[in-house]
Design a protein around this ligand. Sequence first.
Ligand code: HEM
Ligand SMILES: [Cu+2]
Length: 559
Amino acid sequence: MQTAKSPTLKDQANKVMGISKEDAVLTKTYIIVAFTALLLGGILGLLQGLNRSGLLELPSWLNYYQVLTAHGLLLVVVLTAFFTIGYFYASLSHTLGGLLPKVRKIAWIGFGMKIVGFVLCIVPILMNEASVMYTFYPPMAAHPAFYIGLVFIALGVWMCCIGAFINVANWRKNNKGQHVPILAYFATGMFILLFFALIPVAIEVLTIIPWAFGWVETINVMVARTLFWAFGHTLVNIWYLTAVSAWYVVVPKIIGGRRWSDTLTRVVIIALVVMNITGGFHHQIIDPGISEAVKFMHVFMSLAIGFPSLMTAFAMFAVFERTARKQGGKGLIGWYKKMPWGDVRFLAPFIAMVAFIPAGAGGIAQSTNQLDQVVHNTMWIVGHFHLTLGMSVVMTFFGISYWLVPYISKRVLTPQINRLGVIQTWIWTIGMIFMSGAMHWVGLLGSPRRTSYTTYGDNATALSWDPYLMCLAVGGTLLIIGVILQVYAVVNMMFFAPKGETEFPIAEEEENATKTPYWTERWGLWIVVMLLVVAMAYVIPLTEFIVNAPPGSPPFKTW
Ligand code: HEM
Ligand SMILES: [Cu+2]
């Protein structure tokens, strides 16, 4: 497999010398922005947690919904987008023999556009002119600058997608008939999903802008919400694909094992890309005006994504067990004794994987019509995405940082920082169990999400939420300690750790692996299949919303 006939001089130089300075600076900059967003977003999260538990009254110049909008945007958009792009650009650089100069330039232009966009978003938020939350659904309307900022962010991300496509296409042209290296393959899948996911939300934003300016009087709320979730739900799987790439490719190397089946790994990626966008209506189960049949189709497609997830779970535990047996591990679960629990590069993604089991189960519950009636718009949902995103995804990102940051900084992970990382991982785990556990529970008792502290005039039910909200605040406090430790570790590894070479960990395939069939490289075909599945899900409902449009809505400022 992937027996590169004769590695080019550039490939060899890349192996020996590590990442080039230019490529390293690019990823470093993306990572710095990502972790700055974590720090700021974390502080805002703590403010919210303390407010909701009645411990902190926000000053009159700082509105709860302003804080919530900034928290969502910093963590959902800035942290994840910048980390994902920085990580995958380093992966492309490492596995494809360096970034092409023009690709690097494109990525920098994309960076600039995202920053400009982000400033355009944040200024109206600071002025309390855009407390519309990161979902920014009409009929709530923000200052037009907020939406123009979103356009810039989308354009910037598109640039990065195009840059990645150019680099991969160039490699394929020079390596005809070969399989794209696995991490670059993950990157390709992720950037394809990102590229197409941005189309609906860009259309949405372009229809909102004239309405926000007051040039048109009303907007079709159903269309806007649908376009948003076609993107929003896909974003979830973009994060998932990024985290999973490290589970499949990096974690086996760190435990001294080999990768799981190359063919099936690629099939999982294709399945996630093809089936994902079609799940958006599971966020709109309670919305009116969508036929049951259409909702059912979306729920079916959402559950279809469960299939590659289960394959992933199987693959991971198969790798753990196989590796441990080679090292002398015995019995059905004896493998756990052989795992490097003291190595943060393993511990963090391992706990992230385990967290995905309850997180995924909660997601299946929410996709069920009857169960969703109970939890919709309650704190349960907030608990769910702090478990999926805040734990499974973000903790995998943390685990990646302990080798990626030294790798791009030409420094090493010291035992001290590793120990700090292990402590950080446990603090984050316990904090999230408290916070997310409390959120799930209090949600079942009816506490709404996106609502600042209130006792509803000392209503008995509302008062009964208090102990859980206190538990939420305890978890949030632990989490902010975790944020500070993690940011400290990143700064240390980037600027102060001892100089040295750090390996980019990529596990080899099993020796007796079967040859991966070439159809896995036919991205043109997979994109056509994806678009057909998307059309199946969206053409009929969107046509209906537009043809039988209800009276549109004027803009509202509810805060
Ligand atoms: C210090 C750590 C954190 C704390 C204390 C915290 C706390 C909270 C609280 C209390 C809420 C508001 C609940 C509501 O009123 O609906 C919230 C919302 C949210 N959090 Fe966090 N969080 C933290 C970290 C994170 C991370 C790491 C992410 C994602 C990467 C994240 C993503 C979100 C999102 C998307 C929302 C929803 C915003 C909305 O409803 O518009 N949080 N968080
Ligand atoms: Cu979803």
